[in-house]
Design a protein around this ligand. Structure first.
Ligand SMILES: [Zn+2]
Length: 228
């Protein structure tokens, strides 16, 4: 799903000296020690730079990403998988940034297809880091997948560059108000792009979206239902 951002990749290569440990050793610790990278190779400095920025973005919306968090770059991630968070392990798997370019058309998330390749890798990292931030959130039911994906998708969209967020919202705007019961797990499975649009519309209709996100993270609010 990314990354025409070759200029950005080149720009941060000179910052490789940030990383502790000898070049090529894995895992490597990002500046500040809150994030580790594995398998990132020459993208390690880029991954660190983006991860630190994403931590700040999520913190500004009441989500605390646990530390340390490991971001592993996995070139053979399953074809239908854009990223993966391992619950309870503080570990994220992402494709190498450059591979998202090749998968952009095939990734199956129609809602995100218009987004620039520069923005998509960071947005997917943000999606997975939002899951990490909810790892300790209590779930009163057998599954809280709707709540989890609601937060992950809306954070993915909220911090997109303005032009990319406009492309997302212009793609196929969700008409009318979205009620919580329209955020159904079957929609999530069958039409994740529609789920993402509905989640975004629902959050944007709240008086204070980041207050809602904080109350979700605290376990005060859930979007799942006992019958799901
Ligand atoms: Zn997710």
């Amino acid at each position: 799903m990314i990354e025409k951002g070759i200029p950005r990749v080149i720009a941060v290569l000179s910052a490789t000296a940030w990383l502790t440990g000898p070049v090529g050793a894995e895992p490597r610790t990002c500046p500040g020690g809150q994030v580790l990278t594995e398998g990132a190779g020459t993208d390690a400095a880029l991954i660190c730079e983006l991860a630190l920025r994403v931590r700040g973005q999520l913190a500004s919306c009441n989500l605390t990403v646990p530390a340390p968090l490991t971001i592993e770059i996995v070139p053979d991630l399953a074809e239908n998988c854009a990223g993966l968070y391992h619950c309870g392990e503080s570990r994220i798997e992402l494709l190498p940034p450059a591979l998202y370019v090749a998968r952009q058309d095939a990734r199956g998330f129609l809602a995100f297809r218009p987004i620039s390749t520069d923005a998509i890798f960071e947005s997917l990292m943000r999606h997975e880091m939002a899951h990490a931030a909810l790892d300790d959130t209590p779930c009163p039911f057998s599954s809280c997948v709707v709540t989890q994906e609601y937060v992950a998708y809306t954070m993915q969209i909220l911090f997109l560059p303005e032009a990319d967020r406009a492309l997302f919202t212009a793609g196929a705007p969700e008409p009318g108000t979205v009620s919580a019961d329209m955020l159904h797990p079957m929609i999530l499975v069958m039409a994740p792009d529609l789920f993402a649009r509905r989640a975004w519309r629902h959050l944007m209709d709240q008086d204070d979206p980041c207050d809602v996100i904080g109350r979700i993270a605290d376990g005060q609010v859930t979007l799942d239902s006992p019958q799901w």
